[in-house]
Structure formats: structure tokens, C-alpha cells
Design a protein around this ligand. Structure first.
Ligand SMILES: [Zn+2]
Length: 76
């Protein structure tokens, strides 16, 4: 898995082929990346985590694409 920073507006056509179990709680769920790439996880539906995302878009901190990748945990 490559760990490169995604350029804004550059959508990478990625297949969700993650089948490797990662120690999610250790690597992820940080203040920078509160959402993990694991699909069945509470973080993707946590209102406290989701609320700041549209706000960050309004503030220009995130593009819609970045916000989507953030919420889906595909920032890494
Ligand atoms: Zn999670």
C-alpha cells in the first residue's frame, strides 16, 4: 500500500481491496485522520467526527473529494 499524499482534485481510481487486518486503533483514529479505512467501523457514522467535515469544507480546508476520502478513511 502506497502512502502518498493525495493531490486535491486528483481522484485515484482505487478498488477497495483491503483484506489485510491492520491494527486500526493504533495506526488510525488520530486527530489528523479520525476515520479509518475499515468499513464496518463506528467512526464513519460518529456524529462527533462527521460534524466538523462539512465545516472544514466551508472553511476551505478540505475539497469535497478530500472530505469524502477523509470520511471513508482513504486519505492514506
Ligand atoms: Zn474507524
Amino acid at each position: 500500500m502506497q502512502k502518498q499524499h493525495a493531490t486535491p482534485g486528483m481522484g485515484l481510481p482505487q478498488e477497495p481491496t483491503l483484506s489485510i487486518i491492520i491494527p486500526v486503533d493504533i495506526l488510525l483514529h488520530t486527530s489528523d485522520t479520525p476515520f479509518c479505512p475499515v468499513d464496518p467501523c463506528d467512526c464513519h457514522e460518529d456524529p462527533e467526527l462527521l460534524t466538523p467535515v462539512p465545516q472544514a469544507m466551508y472553511d476551505g480546508l478540505l475539497t469535497p473529494g478530500e472530505a469524502t476520502r477523509l470520511v471513508t478513511g482513504r486519505m492514506l
